[in-house]
Design a protein around this ligand. Structure first.
Ligand SMILES: [Zn+2]
Length: 71
């Protein structure tokens, strides 16, 4: 009986889409901790946006002052 053991799978939780994903080798999960390149880029974009808005004194944010009443 040659039972093939399933490969040990690592589990990841994508911070962008909250999806659980599995991978067997780090090589297969180049986008960790994200499930896909798309999700990684979404997160990266979010990050860069924040950085840009916070760290850019050349562009004072006086255009959307009413945005702060979100719950
Ligand atoms: Zn994802």
């Amino acid at each position: 009986m040659m039972d093939r053991k399933p490969p040990h799978l690592h589990t990841g939780l994508c911070p962008t889409c909250d999806k659980t994903f599995h991978y067997a080798h780090a090589d297969e999960a180049l986008n960790r901790p994200f499930c896909s390149r798309r999700c990684r880029e979404i997160d990266l974009g979010k990050w860069l946006n924040e950085e840009y808005r916070v760290g850019d004194p050349a562009h004072p944010t006086n255009d959307h002052l009413a945005d702060t009443d979100a719950d």
